[in-house]
Design a protein around this ligand. Structure first.
Ligand SMILES: Cc1cc2nc3c(=O)[nH]c(=O)nc-3n(C[C@H](O)[C@H](O)[C@H](O)COP(=O)(O)OP(=O)(O)OC[C@H]3O[C@@H](n4cnc5c(N)ncnc54)[C@H](O)[C@@H]3O)c2cc1C
Length: 415
């Protein structure tokens, strides 16, 4: 088949690789001048456990809290429109449903897809450190008895799902991350030995090169204006380019899905990362930690350390950076790993990125409702974690094969 992929973030690249591996002719269109320049540029490379990520899924323990205080984790820099409020009501409704059903159906679905992705991620990769600055294991640090109690209830369901995790005391956690400082009072840490962290952009480019090596073509600096459905094709600079199938991997850019008339309740939520060079390796993180109360992840990426945090709703690309959030991130990095990062270095990189969420926290992977047009979008906080599984599943669906896992929960038709 002659396949077009729109979007060269981690999702589009992974999807292109799967189609190319199956022997199809693949062209990826990207409006930026290079791949992985949008949401896949500098996010956290926290790959699991999915339930521990910011705004993981309704019922996963990160509720949409007050928007009023400048200090709250969730910000709304502008006026929220009716669509934003409607979306939040839907999320809250799903949260109630998740609690009522006890088994957190959204987390279970995410976990299944996450595990599938993990099983595929490193195929044909001999050196994961070189390809992605890969680190194994992570800690979730808990500050209060309430957090410990919450996670004690979560642990049982995670263990039922087959996730290996253990509640450690401070001494045990410190043995894994000797750089952890004394500035923050915390009680326990959850240790996920099988979880992973990576440098997402490095990994995206590694995969792009793999895809190109087996024939996928990347056309950057080209904006797709319209999806044509009869005949199937892309409109670029006023010209129709026909294809057998099109997969939209457009991240938090919703124009093409909207122009197709799809009524998916997509919500953009912005966040930040600060990446700094390692100052003292003994005081730097060895792998990845999460400060659960602050919903901030800190991970080691080669000779750099990255912290991610922040949830901004109703914002836009040109909005000013939220200084309070950035100051909080600098403080957290310095308090958790004092002296580990060189925070005054000119090489410190501050980044703001946008994630697209549906109100059940699950991605939309499957048919768009228009013949030969497929979706692989709305990965929320998990786009890096889920890329491999979503890519394989959509490649199977387009080829009329049954994916290895049940993808019903992710069907775009559920809305
Ligand atoms: C602060 C932050 C921290 C995060 N941390 C994690 C984490 O720890 N773990 C994790 O798994 N995920 C994390 N994420 C989420 C993850 O970054 C995203 O889910 C993922 O990068 C989405 O990848 P994508 O390829 O779908 O989208 P993108 O990387 O945004 O790619 C979509 C591409 O489509 C292109 N495009 C759109 N429309 C068109 C068009 N009309 N024509 C041509 N090109 C088009 C865009 O230019 C863009 O390059 C985080 C996100 C943020 C913001």
């Amino acid at each position: 088949m002659n396949i077009a992929i729109v979007g060269a973030g981690i999702t589009g690249i992974s999807t292109a690789l799967e189609f190319a591996r199956d022997g199809h002719q693949v062209t990826v269109y990207e409006q930026m001048n290079a791949a992985a320049e949008d949401a896949s540029f500098a996010p956290g490379g926290w790959l699991s456990p999915l339930a521990a990520q910011s705004l993981a899924a309704p019922g996963a323990g990160m509720p949409l809290k007050s928007l009023r205080s400048g200090a709250s984790l969730l910000q709304a820099p502008g006026m929220l429109g009716s669509a934003n409020w409607r979306w939040m009501r839907q999320w809250k409704k799903n949260e109630k449903l998740a609690h009522k059903q006890g088994n957190q159906p959204f987390c279970t679905a995410l976990h299944t897809l996450g595990s599938y992705s993990a099983s595929l991620r490193w195929q044909n990769c001999e050196d994961t450190e070189m390809a992605a600055e890969h680190k194994a294991g992570s800690l979730v640090l808990l500050r209060t008895p309430q957090e410990v109690a919450f996670w004690n209830t979560q642990l049982a369901s995670l263990q039922t799902l087959g996730v290996t995790c253990q509640l450690l005391n401070a001494t045990q956690a410190q043995a894994l991350e000797p750089g952890l400082g004394q500035e923050i009072a915390w009680l326990n840490a959850l240790h996920f030995p099988d979880s992973e962290s990576i440098n997402p952009r490095l990994w995206a480019h590694y995969l792009r090169m793999q895809a190109q090596a087996i024939g996928a073509i990347f056309r950057t600096g080209i904006s797709v204006q319209k999806i044509c459905t009869q005949p199937t094709g892309l409109e670029i600079s006023g010209q129709l380019h026909p294809f057998d199938a099109i997969v939209l991997c457009t991240g938090a850019k919703h124009q093409l899905t909207e122009s197709l008339g799809l009524r998916l309740p997509l919500m953009s939520i912005w966040g930040y990362s600060v990446t700094a060079p390692v100052r003292d390796a003994l005081q730097a993180p060895r792998a990845a930690i999460m400060d659960w109360a602050q919903q901030a992840t800190i991970s080691r990426m080669g000779q750099r350390i990255r912290i991610t945090a922040g949830l901004e709703m109703g914002s836009h690309a040109s909005a000013r950076h939220h200084n309070h959030t950035l100051q909080r991130m600098y403080r957290l990095l310095n308090d958790w790993f004092p002296g580990g990062a060189h925070l005054s270095s000119p090489q410190v990189q501050v980044w703001r990125g946008n994630r697209s969420y549906l109100p059940d926290g699950l991605p939309a992977v499957g048919p768009s409702g228009h013949p030969n047009v497929w979706l692989n979008i709305a990965h929320g906080s998990h786009g890096i974690s889920l890329a491999a599984g979503c890519a394989r599943a959509i490649a199977d669906m387009v080829q009329r094969q049954t994916p290895a896992i049940d993808m019903q929960a992710f069907s775009p038709q559920r809305f």
